[in-house]
Design a protein around this ligand. Structure first.
Ligand SMILES: O=C(O)/C=C(\CC(=O)C(=O)O)C(=O)O
Length: 309
C-alpha cells in the first residue's frame, strides 16, 4: 500500500494517503474504447519537481503506473489533468502524453503570458484544454482575472476550459462561468454537498447551469471525495457511495451527451480512505444504468471532446 517517501527533495504532506496498490479486477466490463477522462500524474518528483507554490506534496504517481492501471482496469485511453501540485509547469503531463502513443490527451494549466508557440507545442503533445481551479484551499487566488485572457488565446485551437469549484461558490460565479465562450467541463459535478437534497436548491442551481449553457459538460466522477455515508469502494463493495448515486444519476440521465467519467487516480488529498480503483469502476453502472448511457459516458462523449481530430 505504501509507495515510500516521495523521491528527490520532496516529502509527502503529513497524513498523505498513497494510491491503492493491487486494485481488484472490476466486475463491470468497460465498453471497448473506454476513456478514463480524469486522472493525474505526479512527478516523479526527482524528475519533474513539484511547484514551489503547491498546497500539498503528493506521493509520486508516474505515467508508467497510470498506464498499468489503465490496462488493468480495461480502459483504452486517458485524459490526464494537470493538478495544482505541479502549478503551471506542465512537463510531467507533456512527458506522459508523449509516452502514451496517442492514447492520452491532456488538460494543462497555463499562465496569461503563455505564447502561441508554447500553446502549439502543448497541442502537438496532445493537450486539448486548460484547467482553472477555483477551489480556495488549492490556490492562492482564484483565477477570475486571467481566465478571459487565456481563453482568448486557446479558443482558436479548439480547446475547452475545465473548471473546478465548490457548490457553495457557484451562485457568485454563475454569470462569470456562463460567459465562457468555449466548451466548459466542470469537475466532479461542481462538488455538491450530498447531505443536501438532490431536489434541493443547491443542486438545482447546478442543473440549471447545465441546462442554460449547452456548452457545459461535467465529470460525474469522484464519489469517494463527495460521499459522507459510504460505503467505501473497498473489500469487494459493489454498491459504494450510495449517497452520491442520485446526484450523478440525475446528471447522466438529463445530460447523457455531456457527461464524462474518470477515476481521479491517484486521488490527491483524500483524508478518509483510499478507494480500490477496480471497485470504483464497479460504481459506474449505478449511475449509468443502461449500455447506451455507458457507451456515451465512457466512449462517445470523451472521444468527441478529446479525439475529434
Ligand atoms: O484531483 C482532483 O480532481 C481533486 C483535487 C486536487 C486537484 O484538483 C488539484 O490539485 O489540482 C482535490 O480536490 O484536492
Amino acid at each position: 500500500m505504501a509507495h515510500g517517501d516521495t523521491s528527490g527533495d520532496f516529502e509527502k504532506s503529513p497524513g498523505w494517503l498513497d494510491w491503492y496498490d493491487g486494485p481488484t479486477m472490476p466486475t463491470f466490463a468497460l465498453p471497448a474504447g473506454a476513456v478514463d477522462a480524469h486522472c493525474h500524474v505526479f512527478g516523479p518528483g526527482a524528475e519533474f519537481p513539484y511547484a514551489p507554490e503547491r498546497k500539498y506534496t503528493p506521493c509520486d504517481a508516474s505515467a508508467e503506473q497510470l498506464f498499468a492501471l489503465r490496462d488493468h482496469l480495461g480502459f483504452d485511453r486517458n485524459v490526464i489533468v494537470q493538478a495544482t501540485c505541479h502549478g503551471a509547469d506542465n512537463r510531467a503531463l507533456v512527458d506522459a502524453l508523449r509516452r502514451s502513443d496517442g492514447r492520452a490527451r491532456g488538460v494543462a494549466t497555463v499562465r496569461r503570458d503563455i505564447t502561441d508557440e508554447q500553446l502549439a507545442e502543448l497541442h502537438a503533445a496532445g493537450v486539448r484544454g486548460v484547467r482553472f481551479n477555483f477551489v480556495k484551499r488549492l490556490v492562492d487566488r482564484v483565477p477570475t482575472d486571467s481566465l478571459e485572457e487565456i481563453v482568448a488565446k486557446i479558443a482558436p485551437l479548439g480547446w475547452h476550459v475545465v473548471i473546478y469549484f465548490e457548490a457553495e461558490d457557484l451562485p457568485e460565479l454563475y454569470d462569470f462561468f456562463s460567459g465562457i465562450p468555449t466548451d466548459v467541463v466542470v469537475d466532479h459535478m461542481g462538488r455538491p454537498d450530498v447531505t443536501k437534497d438532490v431536489d434541493g436548491e443547491e443542486f438545482a442551481l447546478f442543473l440549471r447551469f447545465m441546462r442554460e449553457n449547452p456548452n457545459v459538460w461535467t465529470k460525474v466522477s469522484c464519489p469517494e471525495r463527495l460521499s459522507v455515508t459510504g460505503p467505501r469502494a473497498l473489500d469487494g463493495e459493489q454498491h459504494a457511495y450510495t449517497d452520491v448515486v442520485p446526484f450523478a444519476r440525475r446528471v447522466v440521465e438529463e445530460f447523457p451527451d455531456r457527461v464524462l467519467w474518470g477515476t481521479d487516480w491517484p486521488h490527491p488529498n483524500l483524508k478518509d480512505h483510499m478507494p480500490d480503483d477496480g471497485l470504483l469502476v464497479d460504481y459506474i453502472p449505478q449511475i449509468a444504468t443502461t449500455p447506451e448511457l455507458q457507451q456515451k459516458l465512457l466512449v462517445d462523449n470523451p472521444r468527441r471532446l478529446y479525439w475529434a481530430d
